[in-house]
Design a protein around this ligand. Structure first.
Ligand SMILES: Nc1ncnc2c1ncn2[C@@H]1O[C@H](COP(=O)(O)OP(=O)(O)OP(=O)(O)O)[C@@H](O)[C@H]1O
Length: 929
């Protein structure tokens, strides 16, 4: 069948059981890619159209008043569904709605084969960030005149379908074969279509292709390899700096301005490298420190033939560096640069594991099937096999746990995919690279594991150095997730399930007393399940019993496992339960080790071996989690702090346990600093009153270590376009309830954006206040005249929210922690920044309490030595988002009256040029606009 009817409906609502009606319908009939018939009409629903539907679609009561009723168009419409695939973007909605309408007027039910273009796009374009029709229209360059009107949406969907079918046709045989098998569980009835394509392919040509290679019945993108470049004439850094650098930068960096601070920074970084120094370099927000360290790193590595590692705080910043800055640098420098990027193993796909799971006979989980299909297609395109390229559905992350690289993937002997392994490829590229880009967590863990590849590099740049200590604390600490433990256990399961233990049980390996042995495993797994559920329930009750009613509204509740908190009888009951769990775990592990030893020497099939390998991986994980649990619950140590948290309204599986070292300076010193030739630690926030003592002590750089300390301030011109407003008539959070505070905040935001009429970023310090403010704001979107996005509420992560933020001129974006730093929104990309509260760390945070206690013990004031410096750092980062260059303009509103009413407020005020600050009632301030 090669006919497709592409349909879109607009309706009065989502209820298809009689309450809601169609208000517009469009259908395009396609054959061999051509539109052979089309139908489009408004429909009179005989009821009022709800306001929000009118706002969304632009279809009003007046527009449908004289339109035909559904019964009147059916004669023309109904035959279009004969012998054609029924296609829609979210097909379930349109098809069921239409089926109900036909049923209502007494026509026989239509049951066509259906194609969902959302599902098909996810599978065939697995790396897109949004699958909304309007976003897809932009990606594929399809004209979309009236989003949310049926005729326009159906037309776009029809064009999209043509693109999708072409893509499907272009896939290699091996990928189609896998999709054919998986497609029986798709929402789209596409199996026959794929079978036809396979038939055609097998008749027409061989499997040879320039784009793909096939191995063990999986198609991969052919690896590109380039011949080594001829060595160019090399120009030394100083010479290039004098001669060409400024000109090159001016060509490649949009709106380039020669900043003395940035050039001084570059010089100092190069000197630190070549003179084997430690450099602490604070470059004010927007100075351009990224180019500032990348350019000297490139020259240094080339000139001296020494590798440089560059590490930044998060994977997302690591990617940003690669996508944006490295591309520009390659154009600026006069020679070829070999760049490698690496992150932790579990971010890379293990092809051996994928081969195994794609061959599985049973899988009834839709997200997991969808993810397998997406990965199948992605493998024909990806060079690097990294998780963050993919847009897996939420359930797909569980599947990723089963297919990501681990120690087993690195076993050359048992992994037939070893020579194609993405992680190995990334490691191989490290050896050849001039510059290695990574993130703090990966860097610290590899240094700790004495990984030779990274450890041998003697020149390192640490960007966002202020975040290093916190990452060290997490990387060197323990995290125990009850959900993860439960998932591993479920994966193991028992012989009467369809999971690992059952699969292994089915192989007759000649184990002595086989039946008895597996029965024992069943018994132990059941006991572990029982004891762990009991323990997790007790832990959650324990956390919640220590909170007062008000706190319980908060998203996550936490409790420190201090002597005082664990002195109760309830804690003893928890420890007894944990002891029982640990004991049964140990019995299971001993048994499993014996089994694994036994099977090790046996000749088993590759399929059997892969199940054994997954079983081994799960046992290893459970073992390491059990050890972690023991350390958290029993192993008291003054240098560590342990705590737990849980979702106030979630299940007991949401409970997490943590153990971290309170001070990590010694570890950072041991693993990172000592033994290096040169290290550049840089950030926009390192000094307090021109002193680096605070950061030095947190990074283990004692006063007797020789370091160079430099500050490169934000150029004065940056302040020209900035205005800072501090309303004096707002209530403090302690003077009113949090609900009233959220209402006051949302009202103030409303007033500001109605004057600014531009993009506004609102920074919060806690999610609950953000959520309450968001709820208030969306209550009357009409009068707000702006769209509202909120981190943790609107779908998608940070990058996706920023992308959406930039799509329209009048948007408000509410963000918490990660939005305070690392985002670059120059010029008209950001018009206004609102800081809701001064960014003090939540004083209830266990790690903060532990650090404060240490300071108190040492006779220091924890507010002035810890809370205030951290808040000032964060404020500087936050307010640095507004003005990003000399020509940038923008307004900052600080809604926290502590900045003017307290003595410490001056620490924040002094960061802003005095002549830029206006303090008055909010209404008076807004007269400025
Ligand atoms: N000399 C320059 N002239 C104009 N724009 C520049 C210059 N140098 C860098 N930029 C641009 O300025 C922006 C900020 O640069 P960068 O990402 O390095 O920020 P930063 O100084 O590290 O600030 P932050 O600490 O806030 O991240 C980027 O968009 C970059 O392309």
């Amino acid at each position: 069948m090669n006919k497709f009817v592409v349909v879109d409906l607009e309706t009065t609502g989502n209820n298809n059981r009689g309450q809601d009606r169609i208000i517009q319908i469009a259908a395009f009939l396609l054959e061999s890619g051509e539109v052979i018939e089309q139908f489009s009409s408004f429909i009179n629903p005989n009821m009022n159209i709800p306001t929000f539907i009118s706002e969304l679609t632009g279809i009003s009561d007046e527009m449908v008043q004289y339109a035909p009723q559904f019964e009147q168009i059916v004669e023309e419409l109904y035959p279009m569904f004969n012998d054609a695939y029924f296609v829609a973007h979210n097909v379930h909605f349109d098809l069921t709605f239409l089926q109900k309408e036909f049923e209502r007027i007494g026509l026989p039910k239509i049951s066509p084969l259906a194609i969902d273009t959302v599902e098909l796009t996810r599978i065939l374009y697995p790396t897109l960030t949004s699958y909304k029709l309007s976003d897809l229209a932009k990606v594929f360059n399809i004209q979309h005149e009236n989003p949310h009107q049926a005729d326009s949406d159906a037309e776009v969907t029809a064009e999209l379908l043509t693109i999708l079918l072409k893509k499907l046709e272009s896939l290699p045989y091996a990928s189609l074969k896998i999709l054919e098998k998986l497609s029986t569980s798709f929402k789209s009835d596409i199996t026959y279509y794929i079978s036809d394509l396979l038939q055609k392919q097998s008749e027409s040509f061989s499997n040879e292709s320039v784009d793909y290679e096939e191995f063990r019945r999986i198609a991969l993108k052919k690896r590109s390899f380039s011949l080594p470049q001829e060595e160019e004439d090399f120009v030394e850094f100083d010479e290039h700096l004098k001669r060409d650098l400024v000109d090159q930068m001016a060509v490649e960096i949009p709106n380039f301005i020669k900043r003395d601070e940035q050039f001084a920074y570059m010089h100092d970084v190069f000197d630190a490298f070549s003179q084997n120094n430690i450099l602490l370099a604070e470059a004010g927000t927007g100075v351009g420190k990224t180019f500032g360290y990348l350019i000297p790193s490139a020259f240094f590595s080339k000139q001296f033939g020494k590798q440089v590692v560059i590490s930044t705080s998060t994977i997302s910043l690591q990617k940003q560096l690669l996508k944006k800055h490295i591309k520009t640098i390659e154009k600026i420098i006069p020679f070829q640069l070999k760049i490698a990027s690496i992150q932790s193993k579990r971010n890379y796909l293990c092809l051996q594991k994928f081969e195994y799971i794609v061959g599985e006979q049973f899988d009834d989980n839709y997200d997991s099937i969808l993810s397998k299909a997406m990965i199948t297609v992605w493998l024909t395109e990806t060079e690097n096999g990294e998780l963050d390229e993919l847009s897996l559905p939420s359930g797909g992350l569980h599947l990723w746990d089963r297919v990501c690289c681990n120690e087993e993937s690195e076993n050359k002997r048992t992994n037939p995919w070893f020579h194609k392994c993405f992680y190995q490829k990334a490691k191989n590229q490290l050896m050849l690279a001039d510059i290695i880009i990574t993130n703090h967590a990966y860097l610290l863990s590899t240094l700790k594991n004495k990984d030779h590849l990274i450890n041998s590099v003697k020149t390192i740049v640490i960007d966002e150095a202020h975040a290093l200590e916190e990452t060290a604390s997490k990387t060197f600490g323990i995290t125990f997730s009850c959900l993860k433990y439960y998932q591993y256990l479920s994966r193991l399961s028992t012989t009467d399930s369809n999971e690992l233990v059952h699969r292994l049980y089915k192989f007759d390996e000649g184990i002595p007393n086989r039946e008895k042995w597996w029965k024992k495993v069943d018994h132990l797994v059941k006991e572990i399940k029982y004891e762990s559920e009991e323990l997790f329930r007790l832990l959650r009750d324990f956390i919640l019993s220590k909170q007062n009613e008000l706190d319980k509204e908060n998203i996550r509740q936490s409790i420190t496992l201090s002597d005082k908190n664990t002195a109760s009888q309830n804690w003893k009951v928890i420890q007894e339960c944990a002891n029982r769990l640990i004991h049964v775990n140990n019995t299971l592990f001993t048994g499993c080790e014996q089994y694994l030893n036994l099977i090790e020497d046996k000749k088993v099939s590759a399929f059997h071996r892969s199940i054994v390998s997954e079983f081994k991986m799960i046992i290893e994980q459970l073992k390491s989690m059990k050890n972690g649990l023991y350390e958290i619950l029993f192993d008291k140590n003054d240098h560590y702090i342990c705590w737990m948290d849980t979702e106030a309204k979630g299940s007991f599986h949401t409970t997490m346990l943590y153990c971290e070292k309170v001070e990590n300076a010694d570890l950072i010193q041991n693993y990172l600093i000592s033994g290096r030739n040169s290290i550049v630690l840089t950030s926009a926030t390192m000094s307090i009153d021109s002193s680096f003592s605070f950061i030095k002590s947190s990074l283990g750089i004692s006063e007797n270590i020789n370091v160079i300390e430099k500050i490169y301030p934000v150029p004065n011109d940056f302040a020209q376009g900035m205005k800072v407003y501090i309303p004096s008539d707002l209530m403090g959070i302690k003077e009113i309830t949090q609900e009233e505070y959220a209402l006051q905040t949302s009202n103030t935001i409303r007033k500001i954006v109605s004057e600014i009429k531009g993009r506004t970023l609102v920074l919060f310090t806690a999610f609950d206040l953000l959520k309450q403010t968001y709820d208030q704001l969306i209550q009357d979107l009409g009068s707000l005249n702006s769209s509202v996005l909120a981190q943790g509420v609107s779908p998608g992560g940070k990058q996706k929210l920023i992308k959406q933020f930039l799509q329209s001129k009048q948007t408000i974006l509410l963000g918490t922690n990660t939005f305070w730093e690392g985002i670059d929104l120059p010029n008209e990309e950001l018009d206004c920044l609102i800081i809701v509260r001064l960014p003090f760390t939540n004083p209830e945070k266990p790690m903060f309490i532990a650090k404060s206690n240490l300071l108190k013990k040492a006779g220091e004031n924890s507010f002035s030595s810890l809370a205030l410096p951290l808040a000032v750092f964060k404020f500087r980062q936050g307010y640095g988002r507004l003005i990003r260059n000399e020509k940038d303009q923008g307004s900052l509103f600080v809604l926290d009256n502590r900045i003017i009413n307290t003595s410490y407020g001056s620490e924040f005020l002094k960061l802003i040029p005095k002549n830029k600050i206006k303090i008055n009632s909010i209404n008076e301030l807004l007269k400025d606009f």
